[in-house]
Design a binder for this molecule. Structure first.
Ligand SMILES: C[S@@+](CC[C@H](N)C(=O)[O-])C[C@H]1O[C@@H](n2cnc3c(N)ncnc32)[C@H](O)[C@@H]1O
Length: 257
């Protein structure tokens, strides 16, 4: 039924335009988020340097899920700045910061990745599943140039984007496995039968369709690395995340001799 609804033309148009905003406002985005997605964020955090007072930019922060996982580090001194093109995302991120009691070290503002950012520089710049929604290579280069411009000289850029092997079933299967290992059989069964069918129908399959039609970008490992290096960032690390459905790349500014 759900699949029938979202495959309809009208629904499909509505989804394309309002997909993230409705998801953030209704909190559906958070509720339906598969465990494997959180695991990908944990890999992002694992790639960050140690250091209490890191200044971090979350570029395309959405509803601030990464902020949630960073709460402990923020309490310990990290400074978090989020940006998103959607007010709904900015609002949810700031609300989350207040609920977590870290609002004093968090700021978040509405901005387009394609517009230059002014002001401070960051030790870590993260783009977790955000740049791939920019359709053309030129738009993504523009965004990368803007992110590069706000990196500290020794700063780290960490990007996660979908791969051409994006597969909804693998993401759900891995999520169920992770939940079972961490929270036990009962919780994994609840997720499997009551939550993840919606995750798949409303979320993952829609994203897959966008990737297949070229509305959003799915990468080979080489394409991802080439795109980042073209922007003047030397890729130092690349790994598969999200059940093989995405790549995480970490890199630093190329220093010209
Ligand atoms: C898949 S969501 C990821 C959100 C968050 N990083 C996460 O992992 O939960 C993609 C996000 O990128 C944001 N985004 C897309 N295009 C953008 C742009 N041009 N400038 C700023 N944010 C953008 C969307 O609004 C959305 O919040």
């Amino acid at each position: 039924m759900i699949e029938f609804l979202i495959s309809g033309k009208l629904m499909s148009k509505f989804f394309s335009t309002n997909y993230w905003a409705v998801g953030f406002q209704s909190k559906l985005y958070d509720w339906l988020c598969p465990e494997s997605y959180f695991e990908s964020m944990r890999r992002v955090i694992a790639a960050m340097p140690d250091g209490k007072s890191l200044n971090l930019l979350d570029a395309g922060c959405g509803s601030g899920l990464l902020l949630q996982l960073l709460a402990e580090r923020i309490r310990g001194g990290m400074v978090y700045t989020g940006l998103d093109i959607l007010k709904a995302g900015v609002d949810q991120t700031l609300l989350r910061a207040r609920k977590l009691g870290v609002a004093n070290r968090v700021s978040c503002f509405q901005s387009d990745l394609r517009s230059p950012l002014v002001g401070q520089k960051f030790d870590v710049v993260v783009g977790h599943f955000s740049l791939y929604t920019l359709k053309s290579p030129d738009q993504r280069q523009e965004a990368l140039a803007n992110l590069k411009a706000v990196m500290e000289p020794e700063g780290l850029l960490i990007l996660v984007n979908p791969s051409i092997d994006y597969d909804a079933s693998s993401i759900v299967d891995e999520s169920i496995r992770l939940i079972r290992d961490r929270h036990g059989m009962l919780v994994s069964l609840i997720k499997k039968f009551l939550i993840y069918p919606f995750t798949k129908a409303i979320g993952l399959r829609f994203i897959k369709k966008q990737l297949r039609h070229g509305e959003w970008k799915a990468y080979t490992r080489e394409e991802f690395s080439t795109e980042i290096e073209r922007a003047g960032i030397a890729v130092q690390h690349m790994e598969e995340v999200y059940a093989g459905s995405a790549f995480l790349a970490a890199g630093k500014l190329m220093h010209t001799p």
